[in-house]
Design a protein around this ligand. Structure first.
Ligand code: ADP
Length: 159
């Protein structure tokens, strides 16, 4: 059983994330989307809500599940018996940080490796932070997130 973890904030999950999730699900027997519960950031959705959004938009993908985690990513990977961390690369600007993270993780946990998938061209500019900024000003985010997520984001900003 080849199990991978795709970690991130996913605040909220975008079509770019979904593309990486579905491509990973074709490579691995099981993909766990790891939702980072980061106390230092003030997210739009709490970790439990972000997990629920991911579960809703990945419900057709039977070998994908979402879990919240806090602490070290490699500890979460060990706990879930995953041997691969998946990260998406959008642009060169992602690369330096990702390289450092993957090498650090490999140093502290040699049994877990990192696999990079390059963003699909049509989604490479999509990010959760721009989605939130557009939604904050009442703009249309339907091209950037699944419909269900767009509705939940709109609700959050109108409340
Ligand atoms: P973080 O909060 O850890 O910076 P995100 O939650 O935004 O990251 O994203 C999680 C992972 O998904 C990261 O590896 C990031 O590079 C990748 N990612 C984000 N947006 C896209 C996209 N549009 N296409 C491909 N990968 C993406």
């Amino acid at each position: 059983m080849k199990r991978a973890i795709y970690p991130g904030s996913f605040d909220p999950v975008t079509v770019g994330h979904l593309d990486i999730i579905s491509r990973s699900a074709q490579i691995f027997d099981e993909v766990i989307v790891g939702v980072l519960n980061n106390n230092q950031k003030a997210p739009l959705f709490c970790a439990k809500e972000r997990v629920a959004l991911i579960e809703e938009v990945t419900k057709e993908l039977k070998n994908v599940r979402a879990e919240a985690f806090s602490g070290l990513l490699v500890d979460f990977a060990r706990k879930e018996k995953a041997t691969t961390i998946i990260r998406g690369l959008r642009a060169v600007t992602d690369f330096e940080y990702e390289l450092q993270m993957s090498q650090t993780n490999r140093q502290i946990c040699p049994e877990v490796d990192t696999l990079f998938l390059t963003a699909s061209v049509e989604y490479s500019y999509v990010s959760s932070s721009t989605v939130k900024e557009i939604a904050y000003y009442g703009g249309d985010i339907s091209a950037f997130v699944p419909d269900f997520v767009a509705k939940e984001v709109k609700k959050r900003f109108s409340s």
